[in-house]
Design a protein around this ligand. Sequence first.
Ligand code: PTJ
Length: 268
Amino acid sequence: MTSIKIQPEHPRAESLRIREKLIEHYKEGVVASAGLIAHGRGEAFDYLLGEKTTKHALNAIKAAAAILLTAEKAVISVNGNTAALVAEEVVRLANVVKAKIEVNLFYRSLERELAIKELLEKAGAYEVLGIGEDASAKIPELGSERRRVDPRGILVADVVLVPLEDGDRTEALVKMGKKVIAIDLNPLSRTARKATITIVDNVVRAMPKLVEIAEKLKKQDVKKCNEILLNFDTKKNLAESITLIKEKLSKLAEKGKCLTLEDEKHEL
Ligand code: PTJ
């Protein structure tokens, strides 16, 4: 149930729908109040990226699918925003790549953990790790509540997918020898810069694409995954996303008109 009626012809209808979804889940105790602010930052970068999955993001998604399919113990880490926006895709991906699902929150409370678990179970999850006392292990050198992890999940994982979050845990997980896949619209964030593979895209577009590509890749020989990973350069890929933003802005400035990125979408 949404609190405003979104007209389908509104030029920013999709963006408004996503906002309403987050607000709704905020009211239900899934999304943290800071999650709404975090979304605003994401929106700003999405606007600069043209609100579409770029070819660079697609290459990173392929590499992410390959690393998840070749993992021994993959875990999808879920926070409030991720659960609100892509709970079904989280469950689908977990099934395709045989990953575990673990709730891991910055603003941790048992109420939120349980609300997120319920949402994931409604989406079809049969096991959700990291709830309450289950998160009994600790990630070393990490001060925030994110340090508390499940000994059956993130603690022993070799690959962890962390859709949109703050950067210090990514860094700590990499230091522990884990491979971290981040989905973050901000290519300048610490998460984006520290992850093993960074997908600079909106989770609402990246997650369904990741499921689709993992499903296709799973049918192929494992050699294909290794080949994708061998040819993927994280730093180069991240730099390409930053360059894309720079070029888009330069193009708008060159025109000498007061164009918005909305205009640019139609012009290019
Ligand atoms: O649910 P919790 O308690 O774990 O808290 C979650 C938030 C998101 C509040 C917490 O992790 C946080 O404060 O994160 P930050 O430091 O604000 O970072 C969030 C990052 O996600 C920013 O770099 C945003 O640009 C990015 N982001 C926001 N929305 C999206 C996004 N990236 C991809 N898709 C989005 N929809």
